[in-house]
Write a protein that binds this ligand. Structure first.
Ligand code: PLP
Length: 394
């Protein structure tokens, strides 16, 4: 018998599949604004200078490639705790475990919830990153959606969100929040909105799971943690998934962390032991190199300052690209002013699937079917060509 002859072909990943199609496209003017990676003005995804500097240090000082412990490098875990939580929670209530990227962190969090919170379901925003429901389904964690975006598709429907959480979620359920730079919309809650979200989460006794994949891409490293810290000031328990793929440009090194905040140290220790169990039978222990880079940078004030500067340059450039796009579209008679309020790499452009398709087939311009644009994928020198194409399909 040939068992594999009856295996059906899986559909290509909605976003990574587009990159495959992009690579195969022979149009010399092609542009890829789909996948969420930062690109510089030459269209490359650069290695940060500070990463190269840290790698030099590591090359000289590293003495072993022996296994890390299940929860990763101690220095790294301390640095992540400070970067994410600051002074908000007592260190002895927090467990930080190094993970392979933000995706690995989400999967570990989901596996932990399935094992330890068997009645919980997780409420996820609609829309959200397509991999969120996929990860939760793969782990066997039931999920449901809450309203996030208003009918204009460019602003937060805070009332709709709070109403869904108040009326539909059950005490003990988890709620997924994007810490900043909501993917795919770029629409973030204001500080006052975060206060209200925190109150409802506390009142309904929901467990916040905060996906924090873009720290530093919204308003700044500290500023972007404000929403998360508002939530943590209102509740005793939370989980956070960190990624350094974007803000250190360490995409392929797979470096992230899953953090758990417990009510006290004993609960933290027990939960940590269970999180380690989840990891042990999955990938056993995390990869060293990416975490060594992050720990080397964050434990050295000069390298940290350099990292913050390079991250700030990426953040500012994305803001400038938003401004250039909006004014270029204005010159063509189209108002995209809402993009200026949105944060991070992504925006919902409002383009419909037909228009997205036409951009691809006629102009070699690749954006996600939902109309999500990776603003960081725009290139200054091609802005006019891009805007002419967008104007021609509207
Ligand atoms: N969460 C969100 C919202 C993301 O957009 C991404 C990456 O695109 C991730 C998590 C995970 O990133 P990675 O696994 O590459 O660190």
């Amino acid at each position: 018998i040939h068992r594999f002859s009856v295996v059906p072909t899986a559909p290509p990943d909605a976003i990574l599949g587009l990159t495959e199609a992009f690579k195969a496209d022979t149009n010399p003017a092609k542009m890829n604004l789909s996948v969420g990676v930062y690109k510089d003005e030459t269209g490359q995804t650069p290695i940060l200078d500070v990463v190269k500097a840290a790698e030099k240090v590591i090359l000289e000082t590293e003495t072993t490639k022996g296994y890390l412990s299940i929860d990763g490098m101690p220095d790294y875990r301390d640095q992540v705790r400070e970067l994410v939580f600051g002074e908000t929670v007592d260190a002895n209530r927090v467990a930080v475990l190094q993970s392979p990227g933000g995706t690995g962190a989400l999967r570990v969090a989901a596996d932990f919830m399935v094992a330890q919170l068997p009645k919980a379901r997780i409420w996820i925003p609609s829309p959200t990153w397509a991999n969120h429901p996929a990860i939760f389904t793969a782990a066997g964690l039931p999920s449901d959606t809450y309203r996030y975006l208003g009918d204009d598709r460019t602003s937060l429907d805070l009332d709709g969100m709070l109403q869904a959480l108040r009326e539909q979620a059950a005490p003990g359920d988890a709620v997924l929040l994007h810490g900043c730079c909501h993917n795919p919309t770029g629409v973030d809650p204001s500080p006052a909105d975060w206060q209200q979200i925190a109150s409802v989460i506390a009142e309904k006794q929901l467990l916040p799971l905060i996906d924090f994949a873009y720290q530093g891409f919204g308003d700044g490293v500290e500023e972007d943690a404000a929403g998360l810290r508002t939530i943590l000031n209102a509740v005793d328990e939370a989980m956070v998934c960190t990624s350094f793929s974007k803000n250190f440009g360490l995409y392929s090194e797979r470096v992230g962390a899953v953090s758990l905040v417990a009510a006290d140290q004993a609960a933290r220790d027990a939960s940590l032991s269970q999180l380690k169990r989840v990891i042990r039978c999955n990938y056993s222990n995390p990869p060293r190199h990416g975490a060594a880079i992050v720990a080397t940078v964050l434990s050295d004030p000069e390298l940290t300052a350099q990292w913050r500067q390079e991250l700030e340059a990426m953040r500012v450039r994305i803001t400038q690209l938003r401004q250039q796009f909006v004014s270029a579209m204005q010159q063509r008679g189209h108002d995209f002013g809402f993009l200026l309020k949105q944060k991070g790499m992504f925006s919902f452009s409002g383009l419909n699937p037909m228009q997205v398709d036409e951009l691809k087939s006629k102009h070699g311009i690749y954006i996600v079917g939902s109309g999500r644009i990776n603003v960081a994928g725009m290139i200054e020198s091609k802005m006019d060509v891009f805007c002419d194409a967008v104007a021609s399909v509207i």
